[in-house]
Ligand binder design. Structure first.
Ligand code: PEP
Ligand code: MG
Length: 597
């Protein structure tokens, strides 16, 4: 490197879509929308001002409809995301409030838009859950769209870029991302966004490397700068040195070869070398993710986190709306199972839209089944929607979250039966084959697993919360993240207890927490008798690939020695000594699930 060569800069962001790309940066222009001036509008012109705003919204809506129409085939299922943006355009919290501010404060539309959008984004950003915080991004994107129309500026049309480049933008909306031409755009980097943002989901579907949430990307990177994006590790390298370049070219080749090898086995069953079949399922948050589960070779949906449909809106979804969405998923997956978890809102997934209504200690508050039992009307609507959607199918399972003991299950089942009775009276021909299960994610449920097993058809272990509550580690708190230990002997013993209780009572035991999607834990989970694992779709191929290299009989013996260990460190050592070459391959794609962060 000569003295005049710019220095290599390494930044870390959120790896939203795995893979490595190396190429020239292309900054997507976003003219002027950040410079908004406030001015007062004379009373007699207020009607005009409101109309100007309404026209800008209409134009934004027309733009989005056009993008939806032009959406390429492989992204068809994501058109729903764009439809959410269309709906947001008319949301009372945004649209209604802006009209109100123009009127009351007698200000220009741009200023009202900027103010309302900023307040709303701030409210969402204060929420405990990543997913909710990222809904602020949706609001920002929709606001930008209206702003461009108000100010007569334009976002560069991504469709027209005709060089092979890596996009660098402050933000890319799902509408823009869905216009990416794969033969031109190698990957992208944005200042904003996170792993569960819709833009991230689209990048994963397109299978292009993407890094989001790199605060200063657009201020540091210049057009034509050579950059490296590693969407697997979250690294961004600007002006890489020759050594770095060589290292990443090698890594990219290895990664692609590994991915291709694993992809060849995507649709083969996950069978151990001695013939034990493990069912590998996908966790989804949005109905459109079903496609990824199928593409990556999932055997069904092990966890459908239904709470996400209650977001980006000011009202609760209707029974019909929910039922339609559930049916889409059930139909696409049939005959494979679809496990619909009833609302797990509040706690780390606050539904309330105002920070002052947040609970002081949400993780221990009115969440999961407690919320539903306290608000039976909300619960009933969801259960009716599930039962209606399941009619005519026999692949549906209902899963109750955050159960701490028997009473909650009995109460939930009473409501479920009442709902089924009333639907039958209304003439619905309901499915008779719906399986009922509970999440085992509260320590008391582990202790009571034998009793609980008598009331349900299956148990699904949610390790994200189980670890949080057992080890007293806030799953979202970075300060204690190092203490969040899936291999803590207490956790391993709990898994054993749940698995034994399930077997003795002849019910199935599954796992759908993050632990299920990390290959490192596989020998222990298999050895403890957990035969169904559910994870973020992206992790499915690697998990299947690793399972094929394990011998079930050995894992049983291995689990016994794991249970004799007294520290997480000792268990990890045992894993490395026994299975190191299989479990710790550096290109293994881990299923980064929602949580823990
Ligand atoms: C869990 O707690 O492990 C789980 C799967 O549920 P969630 O991450 O949605 O709380
Ligand atoms: Mg949970």
């Amino acid at each position: 490197m000569s003295d005049t060569d710019p220095r290599e800069i390494v930044l870390k962001g959120i790896g939203a879509s795995p893979g490595i790309c190396i190429g020239k940066a292309y900054l997507v222009d976003k003219e002027g929308v950040d410079v908004v001036k406030k001015y007062f509008v004379p009373k007699e012109n207020l009607l005009n001002e409101k109309n100007r705003f309404k026209t800008a919204v209409k134009k934004a809506r027309d733009n989005l409809h056009k993008v939806i129409e032009d959406t390429p085939e492989e992204l068809r299922d994501h058109a729903n995301i764009l439809k959410t943006h269309v709906a947001l355009l008319r949301d009372k919290m945004l649209y209604g409030k802006i009209i109100e501010i123009i009127e009351k404060e007698e200000v220009n539309a741009e200023w009202a838009l900027r103010k309302v959008s900023a307040d709303l984004q701030a409210t969402f950003r204060k929420m405990a859950d990543t997913y909710f915080r990222e809904r602020a991004t949706d609001i920002g994107q929709v606001s930008d769209l209206i702003m461009q129309n108000l100010m007569g500026t334009d976002h560069e049309n991504i469709k027209d870029i005709d060089k092979r480049v890596i996009l660098v933008a402050e933000d890319l909306s799902p509408a823009e991302t869905s216009q990416i031409q794969l033969e031109k755009i190698m990957g992208f980097v944005t200042d904003r966004g996170g792993v569960t943002s819709h833009t991230g989901i689209i990048a994963r579907t397109l299978e292009i490397p993407a890094l989001l949430g790199i605060d200063r990307a657009t201020s540091i990177i210049r057009n034509d700068d050579l950059i490296i994006v590693d969407g697997s590790t979250g690294e961004l390298i600007i002006h890489p040195s020759e050594q770095t370049l060589v290292r990443f070219v090698k890594r990219r080749i290895e990664y692609e070869a590994h991915k291709a090898k694993i992809a060849r086995g995507n649709h083969l069953p996950a069978k151990t070398s001695d013939g034990a079949v493990i069912h590998i399922m996908g966790n989804i948050e949005l109905p459109e993710e079903v496609v990824s589960v199928k593409n990556y070779g999932g055997d069904g949906i092990g966890l459908y986190r239904t709470e996400f449909q209650y977001l980006s809106r000011s009202d609760f979804p209707s029974e019909d709306e929910l039922s339609d969405k559930y049916r889409d998923v059930i139909e696409v997956m049939a005959p494979n199972p679809v496990t619909i978890r009833t609302l797990d809102i509040n706690g780390d997934k606050a539904i309330s839209r105002h920070p002052d209504s947040l609970e002081p200690n949400p993780a221990l508050g009115l969440r999961g089944i407690r919320y539903c039992l306290k608000k039976p009307d909300v619960f009933r609507i969801q259960l009716r929607a599930i039962l209606r959607a399941a009619a005519g199918f026999d692949n549906v399972r209902i899963l109750f979250p955050m159960v701490s003991g028997e009473e909650e299950i009995l109460e939930a089942k009473v409501i479920l039966n009442e709902v089924a009775d009333s639907l039958e009276k209304e003439g619905f021909n309901l499915s008779r084959n719906i399986k009922i299960g509970v999440m085992i994610e509260v320590p008391s449920a582990v202790i009571m697993a034998d009793t609980i097993s008598k009331e349900v058809d299956f148990l699904s272990i949610g390790t994200n919360d189980l670890i949080q509550y057992t080890l007293a580690i806030d799953r979202g708190n970075k300060e204690v993240a190092h203490l969040y230990q899936p291999l803590h002997p207490a956790i391993i013993r709990m898994l054993k207890r749940v698995s034994d209780a399930a077997r003795e009572n002849d019910v199935k035991v599954f796992m759908c927490g993050q632990m299920a999607g990390d290959p490192v834990y596989l020998p222990i989970l298999l050895g403890l008798g957990i035969r169904e694992l559910s994870m973020s779709p992206l992790g499915i191929p690697t998990i299947k690939h690793v399972i094929r290299q394990l011998k079930f009989e050995d894992t049983e013996r291995f689990a016994e020695s794991v249970l004799r260990q007294t520290t997480a460190e000792a268990i990890m050592k045992l894993l490395k000594d026994t299975y190191g070459d299989i479990l710790f391959q550096k290109n293994n794609i881990q299923a980064t699930d929602q949580q823990p962060q």
